[in-house]
Structures are given as C-alpha cells and as structure tokens.
Design a protein around this ligand. Sequence first.
Ligand code: FAD
Length: 352
Amino acid sequence: MIDYLIVGQGLAGSCLAMQLISAGKKVLVLDTPAQNRSSLIAAGLFNPITGKAMSRTWMAPEIFNWLHEFYPKAEQLLNKKFFYRVPVYRPFLSVQEQNEWMAQSADVHYRDFIETIYTGATYGHQVHDHFGGMVIKQSGYVDVPAFLEAARYWLQQQAAFEVDAFNEAALQIDERKIEYGPWQAAAIVFCTGTAIRNSTLWRGLPVLPLKGETLTIKLTSQPEQIYNRGVYIVPSGPLSYKVGATYEAHNLTEEITEAARMELEQRTRELLRLPFEIVAQEWGVRPTSPDRRPMLGRHPEWKNVLIFNGLGTKGVSLAPYFATQMAQWLVGGPEIISQVNIKRFKALYSKP
Ligand SMILES: Cc1cc2nc3c(=O)[nH]c(=O)nc-3n(C[C@H](O)[C@H](O)[C@H](O)COP(=O)(O)OP(=O)(O)OC[C@H]3O[C@@H](n4cnc5c(N)ncnc54)[C@H](O)[C@@H]3O)c2cc1C
C-alpha cells in the first residue's frame, strides 16, 4: 500500500510529489502527459512585481525566497538545468511613472525586488524605453517542460509514476484507504488543473478556466534582460523566445486564434525594437480561482481525498511554496493557511 496517489503531474503534482517523497512518503503519480495544456505551455516566468498596476505579488517575500531555494535543489536532485535567474526590465511610459517608481523603490515593501531605476533610455537599442525603466530582481524563468520531464524520469526511476488516464468512476473510497485499479493508497490528491471541473467529487469547487495563448519568436540578437511591458519575452531556446500571454475567460475554444496572434504581435512591436519572426503559436488553459489564491485542502466528506489546485497565472512561483506547505501539513505540520484553504469555498462545493 502506498501513502499518496497523486493524479496529475503538472507543476502542482510534481512539486507535491517531490516534497512528499523527501518527507519519506511512498507516492505514486498518475498522468497522461500529452494532455497537459497548462504547465507545458507556460513561459515559466517568475516575477515579483506584476500586473497592469505593477504591484508586489501576494506573499512575495516568502514565496520568492522559497522558490530560489527550491528550484536549485530540484536541479541537483533531478540532475537537470531548468532554473534561470534573469532580471526583468520594464520600460516606463511616462515621466510620471518614472517619478512614482523612483519614490516606491526606496519603500521597504519594494526595495528587495527592485535593482535599479533608470531615468533615460538604457536598453534603447533593443526596446522602446525613452523614459527609462526599472530592473526587477529575484525574477527569471523555469524551463517548465524540462523540469516536468526530469521530474517524471526521477519518479519513474523509483516506480512512482504511471501513465494512466485516471477515471474517477473507478475510484473506491472508504474510511481507511482508497482503491484505484491495482493500487491502494492511504489517500488521493487531485492535482489535475482545469480537468477538476469534470470531477463529481469536487463538483462546485470554483476552479475557473482562463485560456492563454503565446507566440514563439526568433530574434537575430539576444535580449539583455527579460523585457516585460504589455507582453513578456522569455527565452525558450537558442535565439527563440516565448511571448505572452493573452487572458481569455469566455472564449475557451481549444485552438490558437488569429485575434490572439494579432494582439501579441502588436504588443511585441510596441515593446521591441529588434526585428522578430513568429515561428509558433500555442494555447493552454490556466486553473484559476475567484480570489486568485491557490486551493489546497481536504474533501468535506472524505478525509483521505485531497486537492492542490488553483495556481492560476503564477504556477511557477506558487507551486514550490504551497506544495511544501501541503506536504508539511500532511505529515503533521501546521494547518494550511486560511487564504489558500479550500474551506473558504465549502458552501459552494459541499452542496448535494
Ligand atoms: C499560455 C500560458 C502561459 C503561462 N505562463 C506562465 C508563466 O510564465 N509563469 C507562471 O508562473 N505560470 C504561467 N502559466 C500558468 C501555469 O501554467 C499554471 O499555473 C500551472 O501550470 C498550473 O499547474 P497545475 O499542475 O495545477 O495544472 P496542469 O499543468 O494543468 O497539470 C494538471 C495535470 O493533470 C493531468 N490530468 C488531468 N486530468 C487527468 C486524468 N483524468 N488522468 C491523468 N492525468 C490527468 C494533466 O495531464 C496535467 O498534466 C501559464 C499558463 C498558460 C496557459
């Protein structure tokens, strides 16, 4: 009998499996990797200052400290390079914005995350930065496909991974264990991203799909930073870069669209001075939550049915921290913090 059957090997399932195994638990992860339409599409950016309003992301000190520990350790464990620390450069659009950030950069809230404020064009040979810009630190990107592939290989080496299209109808749950096909486990953890919306057990849990599209562009010279204004431009191969992303909550067609290509191309032109060639376009669907916080916890009826979901637009930075919190809680550590605990949605998902 195993301790945890984890369904899903995206960022959530991979980070959780690694943390539970390092806590001495016996784990089996099930997935159909080809179906992954979120983690494998992600540009992999982590950036502590984000959004149109450019604010420090929620819990940034804790979350960013931990990701800078977690991924290098994971690289050693998995024997693969996938974590890249790279500053993000965000050009200003006006003198007013420049002045605001000059003042904010000294603020205790921001100073650990801002490297430099430039008041004049600094990367003007590569981007439009007439009003200067700011260099954000503690940022970079994870090559997510490389991370997931290495994690899967590592799990396979210890007989902890199986390709399986998990069918919830075949799951048997009782007070002491769960049974699924040939496997028995003390508990099951759903890390299935937006596919959780097909689950009967978790009916009513508000995991909301948010479609995103990216372009892959080729450049003839290498950007000196990750540029981010309107779009981000993140390395994805030799002189190859991911440009993203769009945010579409309503039109969830399972395909790339002309509208997204035009939007991303236009925004890239507004940012980049370098010539570029579009070589690919991809789509994926992020699992988001109404309050933009992850969703962790226990099923209201079955104590051995658990969930780790809702990583939204920031899975790369959130997954390590909250996988660790969840693993610690499962081995007897402190309760999951209320902001991410699925108890906050109980009225919705425990309805008959
Ligand atoms: C276009 C785009 C760009 C993005 N860019 C970034 C970025 O730059 N930085 C960032 O931090 N985040 C980014 N994200 C968000 C990030 O991808 C998500 O937060 C994260 O991938 C969610 O991970 P997850 O493990 O919860 O879900 P998923 O990655 O969806 O993983 C779920 C897994 O469960 C498996 N699964 C589901 N159902 C079953 C079943 N029945 N049987 C077996 N397996 C099953 C799936 O195959 C999949 O592997 C982006 C997302 C998109 C769409």
